[in-house]
Design a protein around this ligand. Structure first.
Ligand code: HEM
Length: 429
């Protein structure tokens, strides 16, 4: 399939010049030049699909993305948000989480766990995240040359998540495997012949179209039973005892909620940490400035999250004909908000293509922006990135990149599968 397309579609719509649905377009790097052109010439552009699926609108400007995020009446989340593909009602219902709900159903479902994710609640994990980050950094130093993804980036988010959800540490490897499979389904290195052998019709109704979701459900169910009998202060207890729309969560609601937290809290933070280390190795002056001038770690963490933009887009479906950025959107059209473009919007960021560790203000949209779906785990993600930077600063003088990163083949996740690095410790440590 060719990734090139026309600049104006057959019916005269402004159009993307590359096919953003094609995972190969993203393999080497996100198409930043094309997004710069779109922001300038066609801020809401039609992307034709060449594989039989319906096309979609690509929203490139920061302001338009915020408009779509806020307006849940015109732009619905109910028909799927993390994919550019069409979903029928059966598929959408089988996979539905709060991500794929609109208010008021969404409001009620989000409340079940929202108290577990406030800044105050997540501060309970700071000491654990700090101690884990420090230990992992020390292990990397001791090893010398390492692939930082398995050695560090995968570990910190999953260990934090296991704590948050009350998952025993011995299930950590399963959690990583499930998450890899569910998000990496377009990447040949995660394709499993046993899975391909399952009839498509059966896979179609599984969350993420993959049987690993069913394994995660089993773990979730066993934790639910344990917490219902013996409640503790954790997210699974909130899910087991909480109510939405006046009643307890049914089995499907519970399982999908649990799985979404496993995936949402895992991949995103992992790739953010890896992109952060890559940026620090390529911008040694920024790292020196950060350490020598004792710059603010909250500010630095936000620049790492902007720079990484681990989720390229989240999509909505228009519920009515509307106009956005000069484009005539029809009811039923898919609309993808490209955070990866909004985070480089020159009307919001000075020198957006530069990694600036003290960037302030930093109005990034990596967690979404302005709407009720704003990332529930944003405080927890920020906390992990911040304590990681703080622990790194007390130990590491320079990060050396030893080989190019191996990137995930995905049109949705800005993933790095492998990144060989060496940490050079501060002399005297
Ligand atoms: C750097 C790390 C992260 C990034 C960039 C990120 C990004 C996002 C984005 C873009 C959304 C969707 C916003 C929308 O639809 O408007 C989202 C939603 C969500 N995220 Fe995160 N996320 C991160 C970490 C986490 C963590 C650590 C957790 C939890 C453990 C988490 C849990 C969630 C949940 C539950 C939602 C659904 C919220 C809703 O629909 O109301 N995320 N995240």
């Amino acid at each position: 399939m060719s990734s090139r397309g026309a600049r104006t579609s057959e019916v005269g719509r402004p159009a993307t010049a590359v096919n953003l649905a094609d995972p190969d377009v993203w393999v080497v790097a996100p198409p930043y030049e094309e997004f710069a052109r779109l922001r300038d010439e066609a801020p809401v552009a039609w992307n034709e699909r060449l594989d039989g699926q319906r096309g979609f609108w690509a929203v490139a400007r920061h302001d338009d993305i915020v408009t779509v995020s806020r307006d849940t009446t015109t732009f619905s989340s109910r028909e799927g948000v993390i994919s550019l593909d069409d979903f029928d009602d059966d598929q959408s219902d089988a996979r539905r989480t709060l991500l794929e709900m609109d208010p008021p159903q969404h409001t009620s479902m989000r409340k079940v766990t929202s108290r577990d994710f406030t800044p105050r609640a997540v501060s309970a994990f700071e000491a654990f995240a700090r101690c884990t980050a420090g230990r992992l950094i020390d292990e990397v130093v001791a090893t010398g040359e390492v692939d930082i993804v398995p050695a560090l980036s995968k570990q910190l988010p999953i260990l934090t998540l296991c704590r948050l959800l009350g998952v025993p540490d011995e299930r950590r490897a399963d959690m990583i495997r499930w998450s890899d499979h569910l998000i990496g389904s377009d990447d040949p290195s995660f394709l499993d012949p046993l899975v391909q052998a399952i009839p498509l019709e059966e896979r179609r109704l599984m969350p993420f179209g993959h049987p690993s979701s069913l394994e995660a459900f089993e773990l979730g169910r066993s934790l639910r039973t344990a917490r219902a009998a013996d409640p503790v202060e954790d997210v699974v207890t909130s899910l087991a005892l909480g109510t939405a729309d006046g009643g307890p969560l049914d089995d499907m609601e519970f399982c999908n909620y649990f799985l979404m937290l496993v995936v949402a809290g895992n991949e995103t933070t992992r790739h953010t940490l890896t992109h952060g280390m890559l940026a620090l190795s390529r911008n040694p002056g920024e790292w020196s400035r950060y350490r020598n001038d004792a710059l603010d770690s909250h500010v630095a963490a936000d620049e790492v999250v902007r720079w990484a933009t681990p989720v390229y887009f989240v999509r909505r479906v228009a519920t009515a004909d509307t106009e956005l950025g000069g484009a005539a959107i029809r009811a039923g059209d898919k609309v993808a908000m490209y955070y990866v473009s909004g985070n480089r919007d020159e009307t919001h960021f000075d020198e957006p293509d530069t990694f600036r560790i003290d960037r302030a203000p930093n109005n990034h949209i990596s967690f979404g922006r302005g709407g009720p779906h704003f990332c529930l785990g944003a405080h927890l993600a920020r906390l992990q990135v911040r304590v990681f930077l703080e622990e790194l600063a007390t130990r590491i003088q320079r990060i050396e990149q030893l080989a190019p990163p191996e990137r995930l083949r995905s049109n949705h996740i800005n993933g790095i599968k492998s990144l060989p690095l060496r940490f050079h410790p501060i002399r005297g440590n």
